[in-house]
Design a binder for this molecule. Sequence first.
Ligand code: DQA
Length: 149
Amino acid sequence: MNNKIIIVNGPNLNLLGEREQSQYGSTTFNELKENCLKKSSEIGIELEFTQSNIEGELVNLIQDARKKYDGMIINAAAFTHTSVAIRDSLDLFKKPIIELHISNIYKREEFRHKSLISDIATGGIFGLGVEGYILAIISIQKILTNENR
Ligand code: DQA
């Protein structure tokens, strides 16, 4: 049976391709979604690709994901740096979590240097552009099939 994973995207990522291209590149949100679905089907993953601008909706998504998915890739966007509620819901997930950022948050403003998620994530990818999503999909598949060592 295929592994099922969910990609959770936080606020403003729906505007990829339009917002701050110098940080996030020119790929649109829909193109990114298509690329992720394509890679997932190639390697035998069932993928749900989600986005919300609303903190409570993200908490609901993450809570529901506990019963439905084997792993999660999360770009919590600005909530990475502020949301104890999202951190707490991720802590309840108890399955592999990859934290993802398109930009290198450590090269940017100081308020982006702190992630409330990193210490409960399995691992993380940052600063590699939208290609990071593809790398995260490959990586989580290896973690789930125990091919990561
Ligand atoms: C981001 C980095 C965050 O600091 C920022 O608020 C985002 C996107 C990234 O993917 O690089 O919205 O998570």
